[in-house]
Design a protein around this ligand. Structure first.
Ligand code: ATP
Ligand code: F6P
Ligand code: MG
Length: 538
């Protein structure tokens, strides 16, 4: 395939903070010709704008930020029969989504993100688009649905026919071949678990990946993966921008652990919680059927216990839920072992659900092991389910008049290798559509996801700067403790630490000329193309 590069003219004139975009013809040339010099931009990483009442828009980059002469075209969707009856199909240029939905009388309006959806003007012509999709990290229900809907959405809504899949995760960009993706080839893949493209951990070499993007002439890259993947996507975007390539880099957040910050939830999470019910039911049936039966179920959740928490609440058969965010201890009258004894005396059986990351410090105390990591740098965890089962058996072995029967169920890979359920399928479809509308409209360097129920374009740094964790000082965790009636196992010091972690995120102050655009009302911040008029300082 012929690689292409874009030549651009001088920066736009700026009048009163609003760049006057001069529309030039896009010149396309083979890479054998001298490369256009990457524009020496020192665009700040954050693109913020302020409005009245403490309104802050944390915006995402647009291709015209560094390729100001790009040609735009009317969105072909305006002639699409399926959308012709929709009252207002295009998103308003100044639509934004509020990060905080619970407000008080005197609250500042706070952080907002650009609303996802189709724009009136697009920055790609259908036959110009060369899109690539890659899936990275662990498996997750819904990966195939996202792939299918990206391919079909690009094709059906925008007439794009050139879409390839990168095989085997980030490594596939430089080590493996691509696979052509057509509506026909992806038809039906959403009914299968896994990812038809394959996935991997490690092997992220930004320069090589961007070389591959450039050589193959790819101008839209859809990167589907978890927190690690999105960190990789952020640096790929930086490099693409540094080289001045007309290439939109879009992240679609994936993880069953639901540990991605800001967003409502990640796809696959619902399916994982639903699938976990099968394991918990089995543990409950086994436990109920024997004298002092104990069922122990280990679920995924390296650093965040969302799956365990939601599976516990959904099931109602769980007597104790253990998650990484909430420390626990075994010994003493308030410890887990004494609690298990009490529960067995009262009910004759019990079910314990734990997230794989729970109690890691506790285990390490007893058996110091070398710190080992996977290819992506994630710490290898010790098997808390096996360890806890052993500790419980050891405890009751000392009590000959208290025979127990313990069954340990480890369904970790079973809950993520299944196809997505109906609700995740719909979610993945909307995610894919939001992603491709953003790319066609020229946005780049963003992750797409719902925030308070509305799909939004979120800058990469927001997703990668911290992980989403269960806040144990929140009411949701209290609901779990109330449903299981388990002790909270926390010392006053633990509670204090948890409260500190839960402190409200500091608002980013707008400093004119450094990280802010103009101080303006949201209405006045947009130009006719539906993106912020940002000039060179944002
Ligand atoms: N800090 C980072 N910078 C650049 N690339 C990274 C970074 N962390 C991870 N990656 C790359 O992203 C890919 C996936 O990362 P990782 O294995 O951590 O999974 P993930 O995307 O977090 O998904 P999950 O944890 O849900 O399985 C890997 O190819 C890895 O090399
Ligand atoms: O064994 P693998 O493939 O590294 O995956 C395990 C990890 O993947 C995750 O499910 C995230 O995808 C974690 O909860 C878990 O620790
Ligand atoms: Mg991860």
């Amino acid at each position: 395939m012929e690689a292409r590069t874009v030549v651009f003219a001088s920066a736009p004139a700026i009048t009163a903070g609003v760049p006057q975009h001069k529309i030039l013809d896009l010149k396309v040339m083979p890479t054998t010709a001298p490369q256009a010099p990457a524009r020496k931009t020192n665009l700040p990483k954050k693109k913020l704008a302020g409005g009245d009442g403490g309104y802050v828009l944390e915006d995402v980059p647009h291709l015209t930020d560094f390729l100001p002469q790009l040609q735009s075209y009317p969105n072909p969707l305006q002639d699409h029969p399926a959308y012709s009856v929709v009252k207002q199909y295009f998103v308003n240029a100044d639509d934004t989504v509020s990060k905080n939905i619970v407000v008080h009388e005197n609250s500042a309006r706070g952080t907002h993100f650009r609303r996802a959806g189709p724009r009136q003007r697009v920055y790609f012509q259908p036959d110009e688009v060369s899109a690539a999709i890659v899936t990275c990290g662990g498996l997750c229900p819904g990966l195939n649905t996202v792939i299918r809907e990206l391919v079909c959405g690009l094709h059906d809504m925008y007439g794009v026919t050139n879409v390839v899949g990168i095989e085997g995760g980030y490594k596939g960009f430089y080590a493996r071949n691509t696979v052509e993706l057509t509506p026909r080839s992806v038809n039906g893949i959403h009914k299968r678990g896994g990812t038809v493209l394959g996935t991997s951990r490690g092997g992220q070499d930004t320069a090589k990946i961007v070389d591959s993007i450039q050589d193959r002439g790819i101008n839209q890259v859809y990167i589907v993966g978890g927190d690690g993947t999105q960190k990789g996507a952020a640096v790929i975007h930086e490099e693409v921008r540094r080289r001045g390539l007309k290439c939109a880099v879009i992240g679609v957040p994936k993880t069953i652990d639901n540990d991605i910050a800001v967003i409502d939830k990640s796809f696959g999470f619902d399916t994982a919680v639903e699938e976990a019910q099968r394991a918990i039911n089995a543990a409950h049936v086994e436990a109920e059927s024997t004298e002092n039966g104990i069922g122990v179920v280990k679920l995924m959740g390296r650093n965040s216990g969302f799956i365990a928490m939601h599976a516990t609440l959904a099931s109602r058969d769980v007597d104790c839920c253990l998650i990484p965010e909430s420390p626990f201890f075994l010994e003493g009258k308030d410890g887990l072992l004494a609690f298990a004894e009490r529960r067995l005396r009262d009910n004759g059986h019990m079910v314990i659900v734990l997230a794989e990351g729970a109690g890691q410090d506790l285990i390490a105390k007893g058996m110091p092991l070398a710190d080992t990591h996977d290819a992506s740098g994630n710490k290898h965890l010790l098997d808390v389910g096996l360890w806890l089962s052993h500790k419980i058996k050891e405890h009751f072995r000392k009590k000959p008049n208290f025979p127990i029967s313990l069954k340990y169920i480890d369904p970790t890979y079973m809950i993520r290798a299944v196809p997505s359920n109906a609700s995740d399928n719909v979610y993945c479809t909307l995610l894919a559509h939001s992603a491709l509308h953003g790319a066609m409209a020229g946005y780049t360097g963003f992750v797409v996801a719902p925030v308070n129920g509305r799909h939004a374009y979120i800058p990469f740094y927001r997703i990668t700067e911290k992980q989403n964790k269960v806040v144990i000082t929140d009411r949701m965790w209290a609901r779990v403790l109330c449903s299981t009636n388990q002790p909270c196992f926390l010392s006053p010091e633990d509670v204090e630490n948890a409260r500190q972690l839960d402190e409200e995120e500091p608002q980013i102050p707008l400093i004119e000329g450094q990280n802010s655009l103009v101080k303006a009302s949201p209405m006045s911040m947009c130009n006719g193309h539906g993106h912020l008029c940002n000039g060179t300082t944002y």
